[in-house]
Design a protein around this ligand. Structure first.
Ligand code: GCB
Ligand code: CA
Length: 833
């Protein structure tokens, strides 16, 4: 049986006290699962999603509809005088629960927690049937409506039975902990702590209770204690108790010292002394503010916030992750040197903020209003409800500094700016933003609010959004979706001139990287590792230079599922600095080199390489090093080959690679740390007559491609030269977009995962010639008809960079080898699909 970390913690805590007042345990195992579109059933465990596979297959779309989970479980007679809650950490997206056939509750929204009191529906000392109905069907009344991430359906987080005494701390205030801790005044001398506790009395009798709050310092010493007496009327829920403390010489929470206080809340019967409930809540003492020109300050110290966004999915698992996956992600961010997390685009597993508290990472969290709103009161009230859940459920985290609620909400308005309906739509966006903003500020005036805009000042002026949130977040992709890197700087300076009094962060920036693709001529949309580096090198430098940018969160910590995408890795958004399985990309090392204070050195990943011989038996190849040291010593197959000077975290050195294994070692001389990487190099002879073995060439591209599974290296084309090899005639295909042409087609090539090999081609090729020595050779032709563009949905977030559909003829060709026809009028689309 799986017991999550937190359950262990809670049980341990209670066991240490020697008494059990409340039991909260997962009921994740053995649910009978059935999708509404099939009669097949399956036994599954939570976390579960029904879309882990169909979002990656070659059939467009994935199941979006209803499904049920059923479980028969024995509920002990020992619980008959208790209150039993069924508690969900999250299910996507509308959930209905039935206990023994009777409706227990409904919840809307796929990313917030919820709890139902199921006591009255249970049969104690008997087996009970729990049925959960969940649907992830599109629902115009619930955000998100559309987005660049996959809406996996299912009960994809833990579910608990939460068993309490009749008198207990309420989980019914929007499924919060029932304890709200505020720290309205904190400085180095003292801190004010206000604790608000909500009590339920679910019995038919009046109860007189004492409520004790004990504050424990990070070192475990008591820092204050107060006891109040309360009378709880029969059936009274949400009874409010407020308590104030002043703590001297507070141990401050910071990114360097993420130390946590705790409040121990004990509820006892006044007459008998029976303990109804005891609860431990972590909190931190810190203060912060945003300055329009100087950025962010924590405990009066300036602190540039640099970090990432994060999506909650993983390779082959969809969004159904184990706790250990969530924990690992925050560790990855910390190990990168990051101190900021934008929890995008929705509230995530409770462990995320818990880990931020413990590791010292400041955070923002948001509700998932993405791309657009529905112009209806119901959509707004669902959004406001979600905002209240978000705030109340995450209230006590010292790591959290910002609440957010709209992402690029003017990116895909349902109307063109010239339509009559556009102005009313803008007005409605404004009304909804103000309503949510007001709700959040009422609930929590101690934190900032933020809304993320895409790079169009005009759109957000149209919607009047500049004066709604306290902080403007910019999602900027200059040099990716269009234009050049320098337009990022120019955009920000123009904006700052126009809006000098608005605290500002970069809420997103990023470029797709397929770590199998390399290029010595990196360009926009080639998905190469090298272009990703150039992009992030430029952005990071600018971000560090502009003091008015308080924070920046790169897009994204991890590659994530976006079913509709057709890039180098179809169905995946590959702007992660780690892969979907969290293997680091070179960009991750780039950030480590720039942000880490501890000595760091890493050789760029590129294991399977090939190149044409440039001397006797070797080929001179650049090797990139990431480090925070001034100078890195580099060794090749045991011999020192040079010292690399590091600038802005990187340096490059040419090494004469030999055919076969090349061991590269990079060492920081002072620190006694080193990195070693083995490169498998295929040396291509200058003239093919000298020992030719194998050649894998991609046409119409300057990219290299590593097929990591078979350790096959693909090299880019070159024009034919006598004695060597190459193409004769034709032109590289470059699909046109509004922002210029692309180096590869955006097409999901079916039946392969090596899409980039197929996504480039040379049209009108006369021949491909290779002057090989006489012998017997195998010729493999890999091809796809890239003109066979389907009529398809425009990706809602390509920021205008969609491929323009052109009228083209399907490819039909004859293939001749050494003048002999082997294929006659071969019709690619018909033969290959
Ligand atoms: C954005 C969106 C984010 C996308 C990202 C991208 O601006 O906020 O959801 O995934 O761009 O990669 O296009
Ligand atoms: Ca494919």
């Amino acid at each position: 049986m799986k017991i999550s970390l937190r359950v262990k913690y809670i049980l341990l805590f209670l066991l240490l006290c020697g008494r059990v007042y409340a039991q909260k345990f997962t009921i994740n195992e053995t649910w009978l699962f059935q999708q509404a579109n099939t009669s097949a059933t399956q036994t599954v465990s939570f976390p579960h999603t029904w879309n882990d596979r169909d979002v990656m297959d070659d059939t467009p779309g994935f199941y979006r509809g209803p499904a049920t989970y059923t479980k028969n479980t024995y509920i002990s007679a020992d619980y008959k005088d208790k209150t039993v809650y069924l508690y969900f950490e999250g299910a996507n997206q509308v959930t209905d629960v039935y206990i023994n056939g009777r409706h227990a509750g409904n919840h809307k929204g796929g990313y917030t927690r919820f709890a139902f009191d199921i006591t009255a529906l249970l049969k104690f000392g008997e087996t009970n049937e729990i049925r959960i109905e969940v649907t992830n069907a599109h629902d115009a009344t619930i955000p998100p409506l559309s987005a660049d991430f996959t809406f996996f359906g299912g009960v994809y987080r833990d579910v608990y039975l939460d068993i309490r005494e009749k008198v207990h701390i309420s989980p019914e205030d929007f499924a919060s902990s029932g304890i709200y801790i505020r720290t309205p005044k904190v400085n180095t001398q003292s801190a004010e702590i206000e604790i608000e506790t909500l009590l339920n009395n679910k019995s038919g009798a009046r109860h007189d209770v004492t409520v004790e709050h004990r504050i424990l310092r990070p070192d475990g010493k008591e820092a204050g204690k107060k006891v109040v007496q309360e009378a709880l009327a029969p059936g009274k829920t949400g009874h409010r108790i407020a308590q104030k403390f002043i703590v001297q010489n507070p141990a401050l929470w910071s990114t360097e010292t993420p130390q946590l206080y705790r409040v121990i809340t004990t509820v006892k019967d006044r007459k008998t002394g029976k303990v109804w409930e005891e609860n431990s809540t972590a909190f931190g003492l810190r203060w912060f503010h945003f300055d329009v020109d100087k950025g962010f300050f924590l405990n009066d110290q300036p602190l540039k916030l640099i970090g990432t966004n994060r999506h909650q999915d993983f390779k082959d698992k969809g969004n159904a992750l184990e706790d250990a996956h969530h924990i690992r992600d925050i560790r990855l961010l910390k190990a990168m040197g990051g101190n900021f997390l934008r929890i995008s685009h929705y509230p995530q597993d409770p462990l995320i903020l818990e880990m931020c508290d413990r590791l010292g990472i400041l955070a923002s969290v948001e509700i998932p209003i993405v791309n657009a709103v529905t112009e209806s009161q119901e959509f707004l009230s669902n959004s406001v409800h979600m905002a209240e859940e978000m705030v109340k459920q995450n209230f006590n985290h010292p790591a959290l500094i910002m609440w957010s609620y709209m992402n690029e909400v003017m990116l895909r308005p349902p109307y063109k700016a010239t339509d009559a309906a556009y102005a009313p739509y803008c007005k409605e966006v404004n009304r909804q933003a103000r309503a949510i903003e007001q709700k959040i500020r009422d609930l929590d005036p101690a934190r900032y609010t933020m809304v993320a805009f895409h790079g169009s000042v005009k759109s957000y002026e149209d919607a009047g959004l500049f004066d709604v949130p306290m902080i403007i977040g910019w999602n900027l992709y200059q040099g990716w979706y269009g234009n050049r890197f320098s337009d990022f700087d120019r955009f920000l300076l123009n904006y700052k001139e126009k809006y000098p009094h608005k605290p500002t962060i970069i809420s997103e920036y990023g470029a797709d990287v397929d770590s199998r693709i390399h290029s010595f001529h990196p360009e926009r949309f080639d998905f190469s590792v090298e272009y990703g580096d150039l992009y992030h090198e430029h952005y990071l430098k600018t971000i560090l230079k502009f003091d008015f940018l308080a924070a920046a969160a790169l897009w994204n910590l991890n590659d994530f599922h976006s079913e509709i995408r057709k890039n180098a890795v179809p169905h995946i958004n590959s702007k992660g600095i780690t892969e979907t399985d969290r293997g680091p990309k070179n960009t991750y090392y780039l950030y480590q080199a720039n942000l880490l204070k501890t000595p760091f050195v890493k050789i760029a990943a590129w294991e399977n390489r090939a190149g044409i011989a440039s001397g006797a038996g070797s080929s001179l190849q650049p090797v990139k090093i990431y480090s925070n040291g001034p100078l890195v010593a580099v060794f090749h197959n045991g011999k020192k080959v040079g010292d690399v000077t590091i600038n802005d975290g990187t340096g490059t050195l040419n090494i004469a690679f030999v055919d076969g294994i090349n061991q590269v070692e990079a060492r920081l001389p002072e620190e006694n740390i080193a990195d070693i990487r083995r490169v498998h190099f295929t040396l291509l002879p200058e003239k093919l007559n000298a020992g030719f073995q194998e050649l894998n060439v991609m046409l119409g591209t300057r990219r290299y491609f590593e097929d990591k599974e078979t350790a096959t290296v693909w090299v880019p084309e070159k024009p034919y030269e006598r004695g060597s090899w190459g193409f004769i005639g034709g032109e590289a295909v470059r699909p046109k977009t509004r922002f210029g042409s692309l180096p590869a087609a955006e097409i999901n090539v079916l039946g392969t995962e090596l899409d980039p090999i197929f996504q480039t081609q040379r049209m009108g090729l006369e021949s491909f010639r290779a002057d090989v020595p006489p012998g017997r050779y195998a010729v493999y032709l890999y091809w796809a008809d890239l003109s066979a563009l389907e009529d398809e949905e425009i990706i809602p977030y390509n920021l205008g960079n969609d491929t323009l559909v052109e009228e083209t003829e399907p490819s039909v060709m004859d293939v001749l080898i050494n003048g002999k026809k082997v294929l006659d009028r071969y019709h690619l689309a018909e033969e290959g699909g």
